[in-house]
Ligand binder design. Structure first.
Ligand code: RIB
Length: 301
């Protein structure tokens, strides 16, 4: 079982402040920190730390780009196969992140090489791959084409529709498992959903192609619907330090456990546990637990 992640690779430039500045406001924060990030790279690292075989296809800037080494450091450390990584004549993606005292964040991404990655950079040989894990930080044309080709090649396609975009019917038609938060769910269904309407909103997306739709709900856990089932998972209570990358941890762990042939409800349980642990430490990839830590947290519950 090998998971291919096609997605963004960034360096994260993070400042911790008491709160996220309002428009036009300046807030003084702590020391800046540069760490590995990007939703694609984060999910690849989370899946690899969970024990899966993972390959990453994406793009970064050249060797002379100061943000290339920090962007790649977590992937290398986690043992992700980077043979499908492209070096493009563009800056490495850079995310500017403010983390507030309550752990919430605001992120602005300078996409750089991620935005220059085109359909021509997608793999041509899909043999040996079983699962494709996608996000929405590459261009819509790339994400759609990747899902189409992977589906045709018989891979299971898992799409984390983050950051939020309006629904792309062709992309959803080639998606087996869709993972969204509440904002992304609203963007996909085209209207705000009251808490009581979440299940019907998620269910409406099943009609567009996915066999399962998971809505991550932060401290409220997650909700997953399939044609036959509704699965509500409570969150593991944690002391929140920084939520950056928690959603990516959820997606990477879910993909890893699904590829290890866990039942969906078990995979969702492990994903929620890992995401909770990731909130207890600063950073995106730097905060992600490995499989042993997740097992230990399960014992201590
Ligand atoms: O999901 C968190 C990630 O979003 C950060 O690591 C940042 O790089 C942005 O892509």
């Amino acid at each position: 079982m090998t998971i291919l992640v096609i997605g963004s690779v960034n360096a994260d430039l993070t400042v911790q402040a008491t709160r996220i500045p309002a428009p036009g406001e300046t807030v003084l924060g702590g020391d800046a920190r540069v760490s590995p990030g990007g939703k694609g790279a984060n999910q690849a690292v989370a899946a690899a730390l969970a024990g899966a075989q993972v390959r990453l296809c994406g793009a970064v800037g050249s060797d002379s780009d100061p943000f290339r080494p920090p962007a790649l450091s977590g992937l290398t450390r986690a043992g992700v196969d980077l043979s499908l990584l492209h070096t493009l004549d563009a800056p490495t993606g850079l995310a500017l992140i403010t983390v507030a005292a309550n752990g919430e964040n605001a992120i602005t991404v300078a996409s750089g090489a991620n935005a220059r990655f085109g359909p021509e950079h997608l793999p041509t040989d899909w043999s040996g791959l079983t699962h494709l894990l996608l996000q929405q930080e590459l261009t819509p044309a790339v994400t759609r084409e990747a899902a189409r080709r992977a589906h045709a090649a018989g891979l299971t396609v898992i799409l984390n529709a983050a950051p939020a975009r309006a629904a792309d019917p062709e992309l959803l038609a080639h998606t087996h498992h869709l993972i969204v938060n509440e904002h992304e769910l609203e963007a996909l269904v085209g209207r705000p959903s009251e808490p009581t309407e979440l299940e019907s909103a998620a269910r409406s997306l099943l009609e567009l192609g996915p066999q399962a739709v998971t809505v991550t709900l932060g401290a409220q856990g997650s909700l997953t619907v399939t044609a036959e089932t509704t699965d509500r998972m409570a969150a593991h209570p944690v002391q929140v330090v920084d939520t950056t990358g928690a959603g990516d941890t959820f997606c990477g762990m879910l993909a890893a456990r699904v590829s290890a042939e866990d039942f969906l409800s078990a995979a969702l349980h492990w994903a929620g546990l890992a995401a909770g642990l990731a909130c207890t430490r600063p950073g995106a990839q730097d905060s992600m637990p490995n499989w042993e830590e997740v097992l230990e947290a399960q014992v201590l519950r």
